[in-house]
Design a binder for this molecule. Sequence first.
Ligand code: PLP
Length: 404
Amino acid sequence: MIKRNPNLNLLKTSYLFPEVTARRKQFLAKRPGAQILSLGIGDTTEPLSPLVVEALAMAAKRLGSMEGYIGYGPEQGIEPLRKKIASVFYDGRIAPEEIFISDGAKCDIGRLQVLFGGDLSVAIQNPAYPVYIDGSLIQGIRNIHMMCCSPENGFFPDLHALERTDLIYFCSPNNPTGAAASRSQLEALVSFARENRSLILFDAAYASYIRDSALPKSIYEIPGAKEVAIEINSFSKLAGFTGVRLGWTVVPETLKYQDGASIQSDWNRIYTTLFNGASILSQYGGLAALEKNGLEESERLTHFYLENARLIKAALQSLDIEVYGGDNAPYLWAHFPGRRSWDIFQELLEKTEIVSTPGSGFGSAGEGFLRFTAFGKRDHILSAIQRLRTIKSEKGSSFKFAMV
Ligand SMILES: *Cc1c(COP(=O)(O)O)cnc(C)c1O
């Protein structure tokens, strides 16, 4: 029989979400009829905007007619969408030819990992979104450096202490910590990459949640980034496309390998070999989402989730919990000094029937934290907040909840 890819042995069994589900089940067995509320899901909950729905339906109708039918489109995406993304998000800094339309950011991260292969060193934030590390391990990468991001360093790695790597993954606004890097932090990151001739993979999936106008929404707002950065983005959290599937990756023409060869032309080769283009329906839906009215709808949507974040943050803070994020990201990162993430997860579940996500599941630097997401129906969020009012925190050497 066929042998297993040995790199797959390096993956730890995905423990986080299955374990959350298992804990939830155990709890329900112990307390049947418990009304569990989840503040743990990283998925959007509000419906698509009517404009997007209309565009999806129209595109489907066209495909049903002899004149309107089209088969394969260009692998890189339809031209109107590439142009639209260039003008809406990049203000002339990026040409449409540098934008590659995808079926989502996660899928493109996987293809980028194929592009670079296994013989390189990478740096990854700790804590982090799991695909950076797992995808690297699948490629056989052994040389992985973790960049600790904690309240002590303002969730930005200490670059002076960081060894040079070929690749640097950076996600801002961040999942899970909710931290959004400042302009000066990103300037430091770009100049670090330029000095070290490293390539940055910048995950901007939550850029549309940035409300502080001083914070960059794209790495290309930083001078010099076009020579050292690839940017990945998505319609998932921007317009609720988690199920529809649509994203994009920017690979600037100016990106070169050590020997001066073009990275973009290899990316195009990988793309056209492993991918046959995003769904034509999704692309027309995405195009509608970027029209003036569509952008207003998206802003309403992200505003709604940010309001959820504000409500949950205030409720947690009233319990004297230190909470990070939530202002420019749909995630809250709550600190419980002296406690282990799984213990505080369990205690919160038992006292309030609220499910969160243990921070330790995103990396060792997440120990002692819980992630709360702002994705959720408003009535669920409000009920969760009511329940948080039924507990209080007890002062002591380590954090503890008590009933009011
Ligand atoms: C949700 C998310 C994405 C988006 O992934 P899609 O495949 O486009 O749905 C990308 N990066 C991070 C960090 C995310 O949390």
